[in-house]
Every structure is written in structure tokens, then in C-alpha cells.
Ligand binder design. Structure first.
Ligand SMILES: [Zn+2]
Ligand SMILES: [Zn+2]
Ligand SMILES: [Zn+2]
Length: 342
């Protein structure tokens, strides 16, 4: 990288076979050797990459349509789970005792409201756009005003070192983590916390639903009918195989006799369990990036840089916005030194 400032122009002109170009940040003319295509301005600090050509982005509309469709499917699925769960589990829980019913209703209300609220905040809130900054003319742009800024070809404005351009959203996002197709939005500085809270409440909801669906199924499942025959007349291997086969057939046979409520419970159990596995993996991955003080994208780019990793639980505390360190909850022991008064 070459750098130039108004004072340094003279020294740069001594290089033979050079060409004149302009810094996009402050508009100063800079003379560079012919082989240089990326340079950092010595005055404003902006990085100009002349190799970057704007690519046509014809797929933006399709990506937007895909995001909207996936969003509709996710919202429908959430509503199906909530209303299906209410319809299938409530009569069984209330038949146990009124206290059980009220307790279950309270838990379901808290989990559904939390999940839908955090989902809406993550999906419909702007993920965080970088602040607008003056650029383009010296001396309006002061020394170091655009330190490490690059120029976004798509937005036609400066892109801060912490911002990334999302081609699905069609704009630059501050502290972008990733573009999530399930919420149809980017996860960035403004909605990252909501996204994590959504994952936590969704994981809690799916765990609770799978347990309740399994419990409710056992109460209404038709009795299993099987006969293994005379065990004495069979070899051990044959007996084990026969038992497994009979259990499977008895299970399938009784599933055919299931009421519509039983089928909904079976569906709720399978779908919430499979969703739970995916969500736990995603949440674990997200929390580990936060613990390392990174985002998914910065983790990808820092694999080539030699950045020092700062693993710290304080990263998680800071992320969730607690103002004071977590150690304030621990008991503190003050050592009182006695002063000798003369
Ligand atoms: Zn400049
Ligand atoms: Zn952009
Ligand atoms: Zn995006």
C-alpha cells in the first residue's frame, strides 16, 4: 500500500512510470506507481481499491421474495405450534388439576409472548446502518477522518471498517454477523441481542413443548397389543428379534388408532425435538463467537489476520448490556487496616 498527503506529493512524483489517481475519501490527487491498485490515503486514511468493480445485482428482488416466503413459513409454523399445543395439551393438563392447568397456561403465555416479541424485534427492526460521515472534499475531510474506511460500490458511500455490505438487504450493516433467511433480515449491531434472546426463548419453548407433548401422548396413547409367543421354544437371538419386531408392530398398530389430538401431539413432539437440535447448535455457536468478542463474519476474516483473541466472560456480560461487571454479585471482603493514632 502506498500513502500520500499534500506534503508528500513531491516525493511520490519522483517515482518513474507512475500515474495520477484520486482518493475517493478526500478527493486529493495522488501519484502512484503503475503496479499499485490498492492504496491508503496518507491524509484521510481512506482505502481505495481500484480493482473493485460494481457487479450487477439482479437477484436482490428474488432474495427479498425468498426471505418473505421463508418468513411467512416460520410465522405460520410458530402459530401452528402455539395453537396446536393449546388445543392438544390443555384438556389433558386441566383434567389433572386446576393448579396444573393454570401453571401450564402461565408458562405457555410467557414463552409464546417472549418468542414472538423477540422474533418480531429481530426480524422487523433495522439491523444497524453505519453513521453518515462527510467525505469527498479536502479540507472538509480532516486528517484521519476516514481511517480504514473503504468505499461501498453498491451504496455509493463510505463503509466503516466495522461494516459489511449485505447483498440480500441491499445496504451496509454495522457489525454484521450474518444474513439470516429465517428472520428475513441481517443480524447486526441493532438487533443481535434480540436475535440471541429469540434463540434462547425458542429453545426454552421447544424443550417445554416436547416434554409436555411426550407426557400428554402417554396419557392418551391406545394400549399396545403384542404377544411374543412361547419364549422357551426359541433361541435367544430369535427371541430378541421377535420382541423388537412385536414392539414396533404394536407401536405402529396403536398409532393407527390415535385420535386427531394424539396425531397433533406426535407432530408437536417430533417437530419441536428436531427444531430444538438445530436451535441449540446455532445458539451455542453464537454464544461462543460472543465469548471470543467476535461476530460470524469477523471470525471468517480474522482467520487470516493475526488478531489477538480476547476470550472473556465479560464479552458476554457486555453484549447483554449489563453496565457493571458480573463480579458485583459476589460477596466482597474489605480488609480494614487499623490506623495507629498517636
Ligand atoms: Zn484521502
Ligand atoms: Zn453498502
Ligand atoms: Zn442482510
Amino acid at each position: 500500500m502506498a500513502s500520500a498527503s499534500p506534503e508528500e506529493d513531491q516525493s511520490v512524483t519522483e517515482v518513474t512510470d507512475n500515474y495520477e489517481t484520486t482518493c475517493w475519501g478526500c478527493g486529493l490527487h495522488i501519484l502512484l506507481p503503475s503496479c499499485t491498485s490498492i492504496f491508503k490515503c496518507g491524509w484521510c486514511g481512506a482505502i481505495t481499491d481500484q480493482n473493485k468493480k460494481k457487479r450487477d445485482d439482479k437477484c436482490v428482488r428474488w432474495r427479498l421474495l425468498r426471505d418473505r416466503c421463508v418468513l411467512c413459513v416460520v410465522v405460520t409454523f410458530m402459530l401452528l405450534v402455539i395453537f396446536g399445543g393449546v388445543w392438544a395439551i390443555y384438556p389433558i393438563v386441566f383434567s389433572l388439576s386446576l393448579l396444573c392447568g393454570v401453571f401450564h397456561s402461565t408458562i405457555i403465555a410467557i414463552l409464546s409472548i417472549a418468542t414472538i416479541s423477540f422474533f418480531s424485534l429481530a426480524a422487523f427492526r433495522c439491523a444497524g446502518t453505519p453513521p453518515n460521515i462527510l467525505w469527498g472534499s479536502y479540507p472538509t475531510v480532516g486528517k484521519g477522518d476516514l481511517e480504514n474506511y473503504t468505499f461501498c460500490q453498491y451504496c455509493s458511500k463510505p463503509k466503516s471498517p466495522r461494516a459489511h455490505h449485505c447483498r440480500s438487504c441491499g445496504k451496509c450493516i454495522l457489525d454484521m454477523d450474518h444474513h439470516c433467511p429465517f428472520i428475513g433480515n441481517c443480524v447486526g449491531a441493532a438487533n443481535h441481542r434480540n436475535f440471541i434472546f429469540f434463540l434462547i426463548s425458542a429453545v426454552s419453548s421447544t424443550i417445554y413443548i416436547s416434554i409436555m407433548a411426550a407426557y400428554a401422548s402417554t396419557r392418551i396413547w391406545p394400549p399396545l397389543k403384542y404377544s411374543v409367543g412361547r419364549p422357551n421354544a426359541m433361541s435367544q437371538q430369535y427371541l430378541a428379534w421377535r420382541v423388537i419386531k412385536e414392539i414396533i408392530f404394536a407401536f405402529l398398530g396403536s398409532a393407527l388408532l390415535l385420535s386427531s389430538r394424539g396425531l397433533v401431539l406426535l407432530y408437536l413432539f417430533i417437530s419441536s425435538l428436531s427444531l430444538q437440535i438445530g436451535l441449540v447448535v446455532l445458539l451455542w455457536q453464537q454464544l461462543s463467537y460472543i465469548y471470543h468478542g467476535k461476530t460470524y463474519l469477523s471470525n471468517l476474516s480474522s482467520s487470516t489476520d493475526n488478531e489477538e483473541e480476547k476470550k472473556d466472560c465479560q464479552n458476554i456480560v457486555r453484549f447483554f448490556g449489563f453496565q457493571y461487571p458480573a463480579t458485583r454479585f459476589l460477596p466482597t471482603f474489605h480488609v480494614v487496616r487499623k490506623r495507629h493514632v498517636k
